[in-house]
Design a protein around this ligand. Structure first.
Ligand SMILES: [Zn+2]
Length: 275
C-alpha cells in the first residue's frame, strides 16, 4: 500500500474525529488522535476543539518529544500519552484516545475487559487491561500506560477512558470501536448472569487463525493448562505486541516481570503447596 500523503492523513484524522463524536465516544472537546507523518514527525489534533467538527488545517505537527513544529494551534496535553506509545512501539503508526461510555464505565468500575469470550476480539485485540488512574495532562498519565503499551493495542484508563493504537489511523480507530462493542456485549452478558468463557482449546484454535489472517502471534495468548478450571482462560497479549513480551505484575510495590511459562510454573507451585 502506498504511504498516504500528509493531505490524506489530515483528511483521515478529520473523518476519524467525526466518527468518534457521532458514535458518542467523545463529548465536547474530549479525545485526541495522532499519526506518524514520517520517522521524526507526528500529525495530531489540537487542544480544545470538538473532534466532531474539525477541519484539515487545524492539525498540528510535532516532533517525537511533542515540541510543535507547525500549526496555528497547540497539541493537547494528553498527547504525552501518545508520545509514550510511539516511543515504545515502532510498529504503531496511529493512536486514538476517547471516552466511550460503556468501556469507560468498566474503567470506572475497575473491571478490565480481559475475558476470552468473543472470537473476533481474541484474534484482533486480545485483552484490554486497566492502567492505574493518573491525573489527565500530567506526566503521571504516560507513566501509567507505560507498562501496558508493549503488550496491548487497547488499554482502559482508570476513571478516564480508553487508548488504542494501530498500524494506521483506521486500524487504531477500529480498535476503539471493538473495545466499546466488547464492553457493551460484556455488560449485557453480566446482566444476564455472566459470560461463558471460551475453552483453552478454542482459544488455541483462534491463535492459529491469527496466523492465517496475517497477524503474527508473538506468544501463547492463553497460558498452558495448569490443572485449574480448563475454561479459565484469559487472553493476555495483543496480536501485534513484539515477540518475547513479558507479563508485568505488581508485587509489594515493586515490579516483577514474568514470562508465561514462569507465571504458569508459579501458579502450579502455589496450587501444589495448597494440596
Ligand atoms: Zn481523556
Amino acid at each position: 500500500m502506498p504511504t498516504p500523503t500528509e493531505a490524506q492523513l489530515r483528511a483521515d484524522i478529520v473523518e476519524v474525529g467525526r466518527r468518534l463524536y457521532a458514535r458518542g465516544y467523545t463529548a465536547s472537546n474530549d479525545g485526541n488522535i495522532s499519526v506518524r507523518l514520517d520517522g521524526e514527525r507526528l500529525l495530531m489534533t489540537p487542544t480544545s476543539v470538538c473532534k466532531g467538527f474539525m477541519s484539515v488545517e487545524m492539525m498540528c505537527i510535532t516532533d517525537l518529544d511533542g515540541t510543535k513544529i507547525a500549526g496555528d494551534r497547540n497539541p493537547s496535553s494528553e498527547m504525552k500519552m501518545h508520545l509514550e506509545v510511539y516511543r515504545q512501539r515502532p510498529d504503531v503508526k496511529a493512536v486514538v484516545h476517547a471516552h466511550p461510555p460503556i468501556a469507560t464505565g468498566f474503567a470506572v468500575a475497575g473491571i478490565p475487559l480481559d475475558r476470552a469470550v468473543l472470537a473476533e476480539v481474541v484474534t484482533t485485540l486480545g485483552s484490554v487491561p486497566i492502567a492505574e488512574y493518573a491525573t489527565p495532562s500530567t506526566a503521571e498519565l504516560p507513566a501509567s500506560v507505560r507498562k501496558y503499551v508493549k503488550a496491548h493495542d487497547g488499554i482502559l484508563l482508570a476513571n478516564h477512558g480508553a487508548l488504542t493504537m494501530g498500524p494506521d489511523l483506521y486500524g487504531a480507530y477500529y480498535k476503539m470501536e471493538t473495545i466499546e462493542h466488547f464492553a457493551k456485549i460484556s455488560l449485557v452478558a453480566r446482566m444476564l448472569g455472566g459470560e461463558r468463557l471460551l475453552s483453552r482449546e478454542e482459544v488455541g484454535r483462534l491463535e492459529t487463525l491469527r496466523g492465517s489472517y496475517g497477524i503474527a502471534s508473538p506468544a501463547p495468548i492463553c497460558p498452558e493448562p495448569s490443572g485449574a478450571d480448563p475454561l479459565d482462560c484469559q487472553v493476555v497479549l495483543s496480536p501485534s505486541a513484539p515477540a518475547g513480551q513479558r507479563l508485568v505484575r505488581e508485587s509489594d510495590g515493586g515490579e516483577i516481570r514474568l514470562t508465561y511459562s514462569e507465571l504458569t510454573a508459579l501458579i502450579e507451585d502455589a496450587v501444589r503447596s495448597l494440596k
